[in-house]
Design a protein around this ligand. Structure first.
Ligand SMILES: NC(=O)c1ccc[n+]([C@@H]2O[C@H](COP(=O)([O-])OP(=O)(O)OC[C@H]3O[C@@H](n4cnc5c(N)ncnc54)[C@H](O)[C@@H]3O)[C@@H](O)[C@H]2O)c1
Ligand SMILES: O=P(O)(O)OC[C@@H](O)[C@@H](O)[C@H](O)[C@H](O)CO
Length: 440
């Protein structure tokens, strides 16, 4: 791989024509600012935005994307003139799609994003900053507010800020976080900024060494920012924008008046299922989601979680085929070529479980049901917290300290449940203890 030239505008002619960008990067201007240059942004919003520009011929929706916590990706992308490849794998190791994208035109790091928001040509800001990014005191929110202050001062006009994180009512959560940090800017934000919600979906693992190797072999260039994903993708966006936006509907996005039903379905079935698979998988030593779900016991548990516990809690959009959705989900979980790391899905459980599984547990208990599989997922998280060699969670130290005091399943549940469900009824403790006993 090392002797291949680096991907960039000057080496794009070496890339097979079928894998080159859909737009001319050199003629594309920036109209979107993105916070959080992780793997998901590259495999999702960049793809939709490039397809939208290609479909309409508009050249003004290029993206300026900022890394929030590390310069590594922003530097790698910048060294390649903003170009990187997305490869989709489905079942087998060979990619079923492989393309270099050109919509990402600029990169920034950290606080540098603020200055970019003073540009009136930027009318949309997107975010993928993880659940942690919305907590009080988050840098992402502080930089966003600083950017909005510069925009107000420059008279650069209204803007839409669109959360693309796995959080229910993510637009409202973001608006609340921004307004809480806004100080004297509050009035301007209320009048000039829209915060629609959106449901995003595409499974994107952390990049692995085989990803750039496969790109180099297929495209003849070295790509240090390649991302691998699955063919499936979905984006449902609340149609409430303050100013212009890319025509994402031309790339398959669904613009709707209310994303809530889509959000709930996806968060509880897909992300809730993912968490169950990840924690049970880790307890069984499985490195990937596909490996975990290839076990009959885990596959049966996730099916039961979806059918028995989650489905009764869902308001299904009219005409939506829920059975087909669940069937497709099982197939997506099982995609062996994706190699989605159980450890990645298991990160930040103290923030994820309260939105994915705790509401299912509580709503079903309140309805007089016994949500055994939601309880199993929470029990598996607790067991993982108590034995994980390394815990990736903003509350890791507190969780580990609390877990260290526990000597049996009940005391572990009593120690950890308050972190994710402080108002859980006693039946929740009983049910989770029962499931944890089987994992002890
Ligand atoms: N990967 C997926 O399958 C997927 C699918 C749908 C949605 N998402 C959403 O995208 C988010 C990012 O996922 P990813 O897969 O790109 O992960 P990633 O680790 O590649 O990127 C995470 C990004 O979030 C930023 N970040 C992390 N902690 C932060 C903090 N405290 N404040 C501000 N920024 C912070 C990082 O700098 C990085 O840019 C997820 O948390 C999720 O909400 C991911
Ligand atoms: O991205 P996270 O860390 O919030 O959650 C991990 C996975 O459940 C998630 O990324 C899914 O792969 C994704 O939501 C699929 O669209």
């Amino acid at each position: 791989m090392t002797d291949r030239p680096l991907l960039g505008l000057g080496t794009l002619d070496r890339v097979p024509a079928a894998s080159r960008p859909l737009i001319d990067p050199a003629k594309t201007e920036v109209g979107v600012l993105h916070l959080g240059l992780g793997v998901f942004h590259r495999a999702h919003q960049v793809v939709y935005t490039e397809e939208a520009m290609a479909a309409t011929g508009e050249t003004r929706w290029g993206i300026c994307a900022a890394g929030m916590r590390s310069r590594a990706t922003a530097d790698a992308v910048a060294a390649q003139d903003g170009l990187f490849s997305v490869l989709a794998r489905d079942g087998g190791p060979a990619p079923v799609e492989l393309r270099v994208y050109g919509a990402l035109r600029e990169t920034r790091f950290g606080a540098e994003v603020a200055e970019r928001l003073a540009d009136p040509r930027i009318t949309v800001v997107t975010l993928t900053v993880t659940e942690k990014g919305y907590l009080p005191g988050s840098d992402a929110i502080a930089w966003l507010v600083a950017g909005l202050a510069r925009r107000a001062a420059a008279g650069a006009g209204p803007v839409t800020v669109l959360s693309c994180d796995n959080i229910p009512h993510n637009g409202r959560v973001l608006a609340d976080a921004v307004l809480a940090a806004a100080g004297h800017l509050r009035g301007w934000i209320e009048e000039n900024v829209a915060f629609p919600s959106s449901m995003v979906d595409r499974m994107v693992p952390y990049a692995r060494p085989e990803d750039p190797e496969q790109v180099a072999a297929a495209l003849g260039v070295t790509d240090r920012a390649a991302v691998a994903t699955e063919p499936f993708r979905q984006w449902v966006i609340e149609d409430r924008f303050a100013a212009g936006r890319p025509a994402w509907e031309k790339a398959g996005a669904l613009l709707v008046p209310d994303v809530a039903p889509y959000e709930l379905m996806k968060l509880r079935l897909l992300n809730g299922g993912h968490s169950l698979i990840a924690y049970l998988g880790l307890l069984h030593g499985c490195e990937t989601i596909a490996e975990a779900v290839s076990r009959d016991d885990i596959a049966a548990a996730v099916r039961a979680l979806m059918d028995e516990d989650v489905t009764p809690t869902l308001p299904v959009p009219e005409g939506f085929d829920l059975a087909a959705y669940k069937h497709t989900l099982m197939r997506r979980f099982a995609n062996p070529a994706l190699r989605h790391q159980t450890l990645k899905v298991a990160e930040d459980g103290s923030l994820k479980l309260p939105v994915r599984l705790v509401p299912v547990l509580q709503e079903r208990l309140a309805a007089g049901a016994t949500p055994a599989h939601a309880a199993l997922a929470i029990a598996a998280w607790m067991r993982w917290v108590s034995i994980a060699p390394r815990l990736d969670d903003p509350l890791a130290d507190k969780l580990r300290a609390a877990a260290a005091t526990a000597t049996d399943p009940r005391s572990l549940v009593e120690a950890l449940l308050p972190f994710i469900a402080p108002d859980a009824p006693p039946e929740a403790t009983d049910l989770i203890t029962d499931r944890l006993a089987a994992l002890w």
